[in-house]
Write a protein that binds this ligand. Sequence first.
Ligand code: TRP
Length: 459
Amino acid sequence: MAGGERIDPWSSEQSQDYARIIKQFGLGTVNPSELPNPGMLHRRGIVFAHRDLDVVLGCIQRAEPFGVLTGLMPSGRMHLGHSMVIDQVKWFQEQGADITVTVADLEALATRGTSLKEGRKTALNEYIHNYAALGLDPDSTKVYFQSSRPAVQRLAFTLGKRTNLSEFEAIYGFSGETNLAHVQAPLIQVGDIIHPQLEDFGGLRPIVVPVGIDQDPHLRLTRGIAGKTHWFNVKPRKEGGLTVALSVQEGNQRALGIIGGKVDNSARAILFDQMAGALAPLGFADILANPKYGTLDIPGATLDDRARVRMQMLALERELGGMGLMPPCSTYHRFAVGMTGNKMSSSQPETTIFMDESIEEMEVKVKRSFSGGQPTVEEHRRLGGDCSKDVAFQYLQFFFERDDNALSEIKAEYESGRMLAGEIKQICIDRATEWLHELAERRDMWSDRLDEFLAPDAL
Ligand code: TRP
């Protein structure tokens, strides 16, 4: 593929070249010092990239509403790798977000052959039960199923008008042999990501999607499609400030002051009054209107104002009859290494720890896990362990040791050779034991209260 590699969301093989991914796909990097109360995954560089996270940070700062939408396929058992998304969701929830969680049962049907019935069972027993145990707050969390939310499917269809097979080939590598259910899955995901902005699901507000980096293709698709629906484009202005430019398309001509293929001066003037009115609450001193050319300049605006200007224009677009869709924001986590040193995958149980793993099984897996220690004790004392390869260390870092000081002490001890490979594995086992016990206890607490997490259409 020209310009780099594709990301395949359905492959278990994921590139670990995060620097290249950031560059190729134009992602922002996460700077923990810019976040309020950064979480463990932020502080450790595990949540490493984003799109438009500043939009959400602005909402947090100004105490404005924003939402989180994320999802998981209900296929197989839930394991450690899945907990990272929930960790990110929890952080946003603590910052004031409302939470919508997709059970991607249609996607699991299309791409894994999981029946809807099977998917429902797995979602309830494995996923939702563990979301609860991992600490999501049911008061602001709503879980729904793709298969039972018509609004999502309608959006998939409506927004499907804005893309085509060539784009799907470019983004996903689909070809003539690709099963059509599989082709529909990304459009359903576009519907998932967009629908919390509909009036029935909370209305216009920024939505952030925390996911693994493998899901970025869906965000690129969704952001592109949302952009194509816009009646007003908000762009940096050459001379400084921002420009709002009309985007005339089939279906919005009259609303944008075009009658019979020509600009109607009085209709256009009314529209520009409405635009100025929409921007008034933001308090810009100067607004330069060019009704004839369909542009409006705001010289005093900065790039930081872009999201708020956009929100005002989207609200106006909705009043005028458009969809008014904010492009989604996103954050991305890295993948933890599999316990054998290769990829983590639920189809290879030895590569991960399941949420309901027995302590005995976990212990065996950690003891057998790939080690960054040296072949002999003598060498280890001299050269030290390699934390970048050591599964026990990595799992403490990604999952089990929440205390940064304790973690850096372990790192220093191990890298200096004072701590042996068997010793770091024992620490990992001890922490994992606490972690699994606590999770099991919390699962018990929630066993007969899972309904509290379900949206009405999921009951
Ligand atoms: N595609 C995701 C997965 O493979 C599941 C999913 C469906 C999703 N819709 C979503 C994730 C919306 C984030 C946002 O697990």
